[in-house]
Design a binder for this molecule. Structure first.
Ligand code: BES
Ligand code: ZN
Length: 452
């Protein structure tokens, strides 16, 4: 085991680069600078690109004509650590136990992106050069919706011209099983606010003669699903691309299914849209989720009050070919039509990300499969995933390229949750994977000439 690589990983994990927290702004910046220093020390031409928010780290080798250009994308920002009391050790003091590193960002995405950085470093140190033209783009705002990345891509389209993008920010279906993700769900976020009386009211004096905003909100939220677990918004499924037969077949034989999902989540029973398996529900069907509800008295004991307002935060996970804006419009119309005149409903549309699907059997897809197979020595699982990386579709739209999603996180990595973790074995596999991937991609014919 290369101890220097482990030290780099723990150093990277020590930065509390929580992008959503304004108090962590300097820590996010320090993390970007450390990463840029690492890339520069490996011999790449590197810069920290300023944005209105957190910096983007950009690095490249010397590009030569006639070779394919590969962009490796990742993020160095992390999710907040709350609830911090549920962590077994402090989230920014990496702890290694039984070969697994525990820290916020270990899997999502520091461990995975650093594996690529170190893989490139190894090749450069051993061979003095890379087999492809390479561009690293590592941003600090992925967990807050990649606010400034699209304008950066658009403004630097020429500099970022490439043949394919590679991303390791997804999962493996099981330990040791190489996994190529060829589809991701999209997302559409919405907030609801229901207001009634001008002020909180005594529920005995006024209860019965005015509507309770929390009751109205609860009815609206309950109306989102029918008894079969289907989303009840008219037209919600209209544009959903059906699952191909080969996908349904391939997913049946994966070493990941109901028993594993139940074990990982700890739920007493699984639940979802009638007529689909759990993997189909997760990867190929859209959902409506209530992420938070508020209003009224939250303190100890009881308080007899009719709250003046109630709110909820919703997200919809979307699949090809659903349009996030269209979904927000249909949901908004559905809810408004049901809202009684006794309250006011505000519907606030939030961030959106398009779903993604690619052909895992394209030339680049085959190269990715070859690299995964040679790294792990086993046949490759071809899957979609339920999470969202909205920028992947932006790469397609702005740069005209496909993205290869070569995940290294395990199903129990606890991304976004307490005790996030990443096995060192996967970290080192990621380093080998990077080396194999660049070799495989070097054999693909270049479409784009990025050498200048
Ligand atoms: N790496 C995840 C996305 C992911 C997780 C994809 C698991 C596939 C499998 C990424 O960092 C993330 O959390 N994305 C957010 C996007 C949102 C903030 C727009 C998500 O999916 O909730
Ligand atoms: Zn994440």
């Amino acid at each position: 085991m290369n101890q220097a690589h482990v030290e780099d990983l723990t150093r990277f994990l020590r930065f509390p680069s929580v992008s959503t927290d304004p108090e962590r702004r300097q820590d996010v910046r320090a993390c970007a600078q450390w990463l840029a220093g690492k890339l520069a020390a490996q011999g790449l031409q590197t810069r920290c690109e300023e944005t209105g928010g957190h910096p983007i780290v950009v690095a490249r080798n010397e590009h030569r004509a006639g070779r394919p250009t590969v962009m490796i994308y990742g993020h160095y920002d992390v999710q907040p650590v709350d609830p911090v009391a549920l962590w077994d050790s402090p989230p920014f003091e990496p702890r290694i136990e039984n070969g697994i590193v525990f820290a916020r960002g270990a899997a999502d995405n520091k461990g995975q992106i650093l594996a690529h950085v170190l893989g490139v470093g190894e090749t450069l140190a051993e061979k003095g050069g890379l087999p492809v033209n390479l561009i690293f783009v590592i941003e600090g705002e992925e967990e807050v919706g990649s606010t400034h990345l699209e304008s950066f891509l658009t403004a630097h389209r020429d500099e970022l011209r490439c043949d394919v993008v590679a991303v390791s920010d997804t999962g493996m279906v099981a330990p040791g099983v190489p996994t190529l993700t060829y589809g991701l769900r999209g997302i559409a976020a919405m907030e609801l606010k229901v207001t009634g009386p001008a002020t909180d009211l005594h529920s005995g004096i006024f209860g019965g003669a005015v509507a309770n905003p929390l009751t109205v909100l609860s009815r609206l939220l309950a109306s989102l699903h029918d008894a079969q677990g289907r989303v009840a918004v008219p037209g919600f499924y209209e544009d959903v691309a059906p699952l191909a037969d080969w996908e349904r077949e391939a997913w049946r034989t994966l070493p990941f299914g109901d028993a594993e999902i139940q074990r990982l989540t700890g739920v007493p029973a699984l639940h979802g849209e009638a007529g689909f398996t759990s993997l189909e529900r997760l990867w190929a069907r859209p959902t409506a989720e209530i992420n938070g509800v508020g209003g009224g008295f939250q303190g100890q004991g009881s308080k007899t009050v009719i709250p003046r307002e109630a709110f909820a935060k919703l997200t919809f996970r979307l699949v090809p070919n659903q349009d996030p804006q269209k979904i927000l419009a249909s949901v908004g119309a559905f809810l408004r039509a049901q809202c009684p005149p006794s309250v006011r409903l505000e519907v606030l549309d939030g961030h959106c990300g398009e779903p993604y699907a690619a052909d895992p059997h394209s030339a680049h897809g085959k190269a990715a499969q070859g690299a995964l197979k040679s790294t792990f020595g086993r046949p490759v699982a071809l899957i979609r995933e339920g999470g969202s990386i909205p920028i992947v579709n932006t790469f397609r739209r702005v740069l005209g390229v496909e993205t290869l999603l070569l995940g290294l996180a395990l199903p129990d990595c606890r991304a976004h949750a307490p005790n996030e973790n990443f096995p060192l074995e996967n970290f080192f596999a990621g380093i080998r994977l990077n080396r194999a991937l660049l070799e495989e991609l070097a054999a693909c014919s270049p479409q784009t000439d990025s050498a200048r």
